[in-house]
Design a protein around this ligand. Sequence first.
Ligand SMILES: [Ca+2]
Ligand SMILES: [Ca+2]
Ligand SMILES: [Ca+2]
Ligand SMILES: [Ca+2]
Length: 526
Amino acid sequence: MDNNLGFGIGMVLVVLVFVVSTVPAAATEVYFVPDPGDATNGETFFVEMWLDSTEGVTAFQAEIYFNSTVVNITDVKSGDYSNSFMWSNLGDYIRVLGHSEDMEDYPPGSYLLANFTLEANNNGASPLHYTDWCSLCNVSYHEVGATWKDGTVRIDTSNFPPSTPGKPSGPAYGINGSSYTFSTSATDPDGDRIMYGWDWNGDGTVDEWTNLMASGTTDIRSHSWEGGIYNITVKAKDEYGAESAWSSVHMVHINSPPSTPSKSSGPTLCSINKTCYYSTSATDLDGDRIMYGWDWNGDGTVDEWTNLKTFGTTIQAHSWMEAGTYNVKVKAKDEYGEESAWSNSLTVNVTAPVHNLNSGEDFSTIQAAIDAVNTTEGHTITVDPAMYNENVDVYKSLTIISTSGNPDDTIVQAANSDDHVFEITADNVTISGFTVKGATGDEKAGIYLYGANHSVISNNNIQNNSGYGIYILFGNHNKICCNEIKYNGNYGIKIYNGSGNRIWWNDFIENNLNHPEHTSQAWDNR
Ligand SMILES: [Ca+2]
Ligand SMILES: [Ca+2]
Ligand SMILES: [Ca+2]
Ligand SMILES: [Ca+2]
């Protein structure tokens, strides 16, 4: 670069200033971009010097003063006036000049004059101040009237980070997959805009940065999780990258409801007032304890909650008070109150096979029918075909008959084998149409009449009792007709201290002893 060329043009322009000093200022302007220019200490940055001209310009030269304790200009690149471009740094200012190719005017327009490289030395502000060493000129070396605008550069290292955001505010409990809202806020001591960085899982890594917002803005943000316990924390960062510390931790427990219990398993046929057992099973993803809620009548309302228990299979007893068809469903609820869906339904038919024809009441057992308050002397009880495990005490004068009249399908078996199957202690009782078996205790009978008179035992199959098929003790004028009495371990029929009993048309098959000979009774055996 030829320094002499620049000073030569400068001297020509100085001479011309006096010649054309009366030319009025035009709307031609020289200015700096950016203005102000901002940087942090130690940073290198760039400032451009621009010309907006309203008339032709051939050349320029300028002195740009700066505060050298704040900033230094270390390099200058030419812009559009690149011919014979040169510059020099003179400590507190630079001189820079250039001219167009072929020394011709560039037409009115916008031109980049030069591009400065600056280094930031210290905090503070420095003007970029033009002094009138020389100026713009056109091809005629006329001074071009122009406005020079000073610029400013600011160097600032004193950026403070935002305050630590407040502990996130929001719910402490939620359920799997639902969205929950949390809020926090922080301020920047410099008034800078800030963004919030949310760590939703407490691993110390921001999972979600917000956009920049004004200092002090409360951020309201939603998140959802899968089941578990999560620590939420948040930090703030200003627009220059300075970060706060992490906030205090807010803990949220995200719970999963138990799984839908399995369709309950158990008998699909149950008698009224009888205890039937049903099982189901559910799990809880979180390992929580759960309770089971049983809906025994399918109306969608839990009738019975179990206690809290470790998840897995549970067995529940139930008895129904009325005959009918019931849809049994079950749901599970964990210890935090989250409920599963309903299981599929199990359909249970609840029957009442024993009927009092007089009172109209239905029962699950013969004994229940006898015991009923409304069952009184002279009533007739019918028993539907089934197997009944009972030891029946007949202490009212009742007619008890199988509905079918067929002993093969209506069977009464001793529940307690060391007791009589039927024990009759009332007069005028009828037992008819049953298979009666299973009294295997010593001296026990299929049908035992004790002090019972005028009763009728007919059309029964009385078998496999270890003691007696029929045993009458202190009983008179009873009628024992048309029974099949077999495989009993002692007597088929034994009568002791009774008289006037009529016994006819019974079949005795392979009893140890069929019957003693009593002259006080009327026998007509087959
Ligand atoms: Ca700041
Ligand atoms: Ca995280
Ligand atoms: Ca749970
Ligand atoms: Ca219910």
